[in-house]
Each structure stands twice: as C-alpha cells, then as structure tokens.
Design a protein around this ligand. Structure first.
Ligand code: HEM
Length: 535
C-alpha cells in the first residue's frame, strides 16, 4: 500500500511525525523540570484551545482598544478566585509557557534574591537589537555589569544636583504654558524631557520645544511606535514591517554619531580637564574612559535618552492632570513651596528634596500610572518562583531555563491585598490621593515604579530631581491648573468585569479611570492632556 504514496508526501508526513515527536519530548522534558523545581500556577488555558489562540485574540483586541491593562487585571482576577495567594497564572501560547505574576515575593526573587537566575534573555536582545544594540537595558551578565558600572559612575549626586540644565529648558517651557487657553502638556513635556535628556547625555541643545520638527525629534516618534509593536507582537513580530523604523533609527544614530566622533577625538588630558572643571563634561565623556567603540557608545547614549524621556515626561503630565482635578492640593503644595523656597527664584537641590507634598504627589502619580506597568524576565537556568504553585498558591512554581515570566507593577500598585484597609487616612487605592503618603510608605516589593535590586532604574534620582523641579517651577508661576478636556467618566463598565470571590472589585474600579492609557513601550496617555495654566 505504501508504494502508492508519492515520495514528497512520505517526506512531509515523516517531517510532521518527527516534529510532533520532538514537541512531545520537549513538553515532557519541561514538565519534569517544572515538577522538580515546584509546580504550575493556575492555568488560563482553555481545554479546547491548546495554542492559546483565545488568549492571543483577547490580548490583541484589548490592545487595539488601549485596554491592555484591563485585560491583564481581568486575567489576574479570574485566575485568583478562591486562592489564598492570588495573582499568579500561566498560559501556553503556541507551545511556549508564559507565567504572569503580581506577587511581591516572586518579583523580589527575580529582581533580588534569585537575581542571577533571571535576565533579559536572548529574545529581548533580538527584539531591541536594531534600536539599542547591546546596551545596559538589554544586556545580561558581565556585559550588563560593565555598562552598569560606567552609567552609574556618571549618575552621581554631584551631576544630578546640577539644576542649570533643567532651568535652561524651563525658561523655554514656562512661557509656552500660558500662550492662551489650553496647551497639550503631554506633547510639551515630551519635548522638554528630550531636550533635557539630550543635553545631559551628550551635551547638545536639540531645542525640540521650539523646533519639534527636527529630524532627531521626529525620528523618536516613529521609533517608539514601531518598537512597541515589535514588543507586543511577540513570536509574530517578524511580521512587523521595519523599513521606515530602520531608516529612522539610522537618522537618530547618525545624529548622535557626529558628536561621538567629536568626543572620540578629544585627548585624555582634555577629558580630564573637563571632568575636573565639571564643565562641558557629559555622560558621553564619562563613557569614553572605558568604551572606545563608536557603535557601543551610540547605543549607550540612545538607551539613556530613550529610557529617560517618556517615563519622566508622562509622569509629570499625569501629575499635572491629577492636580487640575484636585485644586485643594495645589493650594497646599504652593504653601509648602512658598515656605521653603518662595516664588521668586528657582529651588536648590536641597530645597527640592525637602518638599514633602511635591514628592507625595509624584509618588502617588507613579503608583497609579507606573511608566513601566509590565516587565519581564527570562530564566537563565532551571529555577523557580517562590509562590503561586499548589492548590492554594503557596508552593513554588517551577521555571525551566528559557521560561518567560511577566510581572505587573500596575496590578501590585492597585491590589487591595497589598494596601491598608480603606479609611479616612487611606482612601480607596484607585483614587489619586497624595495625602495617603503623609504617614504611609508601601512595602519595598509592592511599590516598584523604578524596579528594585541590582537593576533598579539607574536614572531614578535624576528623574525625581527633574520631575520635582518642573512641578515646582510651574507651581511657582501658576496658581491654578484647569482641566480643558472631558472629565474622567465615572460610570462603571460592569458588563464583563469579574469580581474575585472574596475580594473587592479591582478590575471594575480600574476600568473607570481615564484618560485613555496606551501601553506601548511605556504607559502614557493615548491622546493629549489639555490643561490651562493661570497665574
Ligand atoms: C519616571 C521616570 C522613570 C521611571 C518610572 C523609570 C523606570 C525604570 C524601570 C522600571 C527600569 C527597569 C527596567 C528593567 O530592568 O526591565 C528602568 C531602567 C533604567 N532606567 Fe529608568 N525610569 C525613569 C527615568 C529614567 C531616566 C530619567 C533615565 C536616564 C536619564 C533612566 C535610565 C534608565 C536606565 C539606563 C535603565 C537600565 C538600568 C539597568 O538595566 O541596569 N530612567 N527605569
């Protein structure tokens, strides 16, 4: 009978059988390792959907409506039902197992106690390679340690307390806020942060505040949108068209290359002199002491500019948005600023640090709107996560080498289990109420806007200084911020939100929030934030 089957069909059948056998072998091998190191988290796989198509469809359709965050909150609520330790689940997408967690113990393991077991992994390096090459943000192991050492040296207190750079750009921004009626602070602050970041990093005044159409500033817009698509498309990201993206990455890199070449031409004596005088000495110059390869220098610079732009800009924009809805707090903050600094001169670094209400407002903004709402690590060896397995979720989860774990800072920041019970001094967690920080500070591992552990955001202090400086300078000049867009809608969307059996209506509450938030590389308002500033 077999002699009637053509050779090609036999060959195809044999290949299919071999692939299935290999797939089963891989699964069995993986299962043995999972059991050796722990167990499984609750599965969100439907029995009729072994490839996880419904999960992929759910995620994609929610993403297209800017409801990615709601999708993940929903999945956590569904998977947690009735378990003592909620907020862990897993799903298998096209054969690859993904673990999702919002359990502080698991996050602590990945970022600190089992730091060497987890890293960015090959997949992330490939996804970001066109844009960032092998830089601090994507590297692991010794390569990361080397980058971290260089970058950290530059971000010393002495450098970040130099507020002149911010003031120069502030002098351009402040008049633009009162140009009559509503202004889009999302856009203005992105441009401000790009200008400040470029000056700090490689000493160039891009002035995108006044000239938003410069090639470098424009390139960043295309780059951000496509890189987000590459990230989100996961295993299918080879389908993303990258022609224009690569052209714009080249524009940005060529722009930086010019300054890198100039810096490379400086003699060691020149560099030392600049360092000593602390004049015209930038992050690029600091890198030159250990890196002489121009490609690597460009990658490190582009990384710091990329990492520091939207994160800080959107946090300030969202803080101003919330302040426009909470005028009593603006009055309190202005009183504090008047007492510590006055309204006639810029604050010093020490004064900035003493402004508790300003820091409370920023902490609260980063709690509700963490710029990096989701993050991921790959297991670099066979390992485990301490919690989420077993019937109550209290046993370890086994994670074989190559396993992918996604955690959600955003879910942790809103989780009722991780906050004190609601009271007058602790209003519901979904509300922006900076007064809650007067005598409360969350546990280290449940409030993580900058991550924690050895890989904590290296620009954290720079960002806090920049953000508080901008907020103070604005409130020194303007006494009232008016919301010039639709008020957030308070009607709950109850149709599909699921409540945990014994928990509050976390997802439902989250769904009431606005403005519409896009989760791209970072989380940011999808549309502009229109505000008017009154003296
Ligand atoms: C509100 C502002 C900011 C937030 C919320 C933020 C958040 C984060 C987070 C969560 C990470 C960890 C990413 C990961 O390991 O997967 C990170 C890393 C990093 N951030 Fe920030 N960031 C902010 C501002 C900045 C600024 C202003 C800079 C630079 C000027 C910066 C530079 C970096 C760099 C270089 C890393 C990589 C550190 C490493 O892998 O060792 N960030 N940031």
């Amino acid at each position: 009978m077999f002699q009637d089957i053509p050779v090609t069909v036999t060959f195809v059948l044999a290949a299919v059988v071999a692939w299935v056998a290999y797939f089963i072998y891989r699964l069995a091998n993986e299962e043995i390792k999972i059991r050796r190191y722990g167990g499984h988290a609750p599965s969100m796989q439907k029995w009729w959907d072994p490839l996880g198509a419904s999960f992929i469809y759910g995620l994609t359709s929610h993403s297209l409506r800017d409801e990615t965050l709601e999708f993940f909150h929903d999945q956590f609520c569904l998977s947690s039902h009735g378990r003592k330790r909620p907020y862990n689940y897993e799903v298998r997408l096209c054969g690859t197992r993904l673990i999702f967690t919002a359990d502080p113990e698991n996050v602590k393991a990945m970022l600190s106690t089992q730091f060497n077991d987890y890293g960015k992994g090959e997949k992330m390096r490939q996804d970001w390679h066109d844009l960032l090459g092998e830089s601090i943000l994507t590297a692991d192991g010794q390569s990361w340690q080397k980058s971290r050492q260089i970058v950290r040296t530059y971000f010393t207190k002495q450098r970040i307390s130099d507020l002149e750079c911010f003031e120069r750009h502030m002098q351009r921004l402040l008049p633009m806020l009162s140009e009559g009626g509503a202004v889009d602070v999302k856009d203005l602050l992105s441009r401000f942060a790009l200008d400040a970041s470029a000056e700090f990093t490689f000493g160039i005044d891009i002035n995108s505040l006044h000239e938003p159409k410069t090639e470098f500033a424009k390139a960043f817009e295309t780059i951000r949108a496509t890189q987000a698509l590459i990230e989100r498309a996961g295993a299918f990201n080879f389908l993303v068209r990258r022609g224009e993206f690569r052209r714009q990455v080249k524009v940005a890199k060529d722009f930086i290359a010019h300054y890198v070449q100039e810096a490379l031409a400086l003699s060691p004596e020149d560099l030392q002199e600049r360092d000593k005088k602390d004049k015209d000495y930038t992050f690029l110059h600091a890198c030159l002491t250990s890196i002489r390869d121009s490609t690597r220098l460009i990658d490190e610079i582009l990384t710091v500019v990329t990492a520091g732009r939207d994160t800080a800009a959107q946090t300030i924009a969202l803080c101003l948005f919330e302040l426009s809805r909470y005028p009593e707090y603006v009055i309190d903050m202005r009183r504090e600023i008047e007492e510590h600094v006055g309204f006639d001169r810029p604050p010093t670094y020490a004064e900035l640090r003493s402004l508790k209400l300003v820091h409370n407002a920023l902490n609260e903004t980063l709690r509700l709107y963490p710029s990096v709402p989701f993050n991921a690590r790959t297991a670099l060896r066979d390992t485990s996560l301490p919690r989420g397995g077993g019937p109550q979720g209290e046993d370890p989860i086994g994670v074989p080498e190559g396993g992918y774990v996604v955690w959600s800072t955003h879910v942790m920041h809103l989780s009722p289990e991780l906050h004190p019970p609601e009271s007058e001094s602790f209003p519901p967690a979904h509300l922006w109420r900076p007064h809650r920080w007067d005598d409360w500070y969350p546990d280290n591992w449940s409030y993580l806007p900058f991550n924690a552990g050895p890989r904590i955001c290296v620009g954290q202090q720079f960002a806090i200084t920049e953000m508080s400086y901008v907020v103070v300078r604005i409130l020194q000049q303007y006494s009232r911020i008016e919301l010039k867009m639709r008020e957030p809608q308070e009607t709950p969307k109850t149709h599909k939100w699921v409540r945990r059996g014994d928990g509050p209506e976390l997802a439902e509450k989250f769904a009431q929030r606005s403005p519409q938030m896009a989760t791209e590389i970072t989380m940011a308002p999808r549309f502009g934030i229109q505000l008017a500033f009154h003296e």
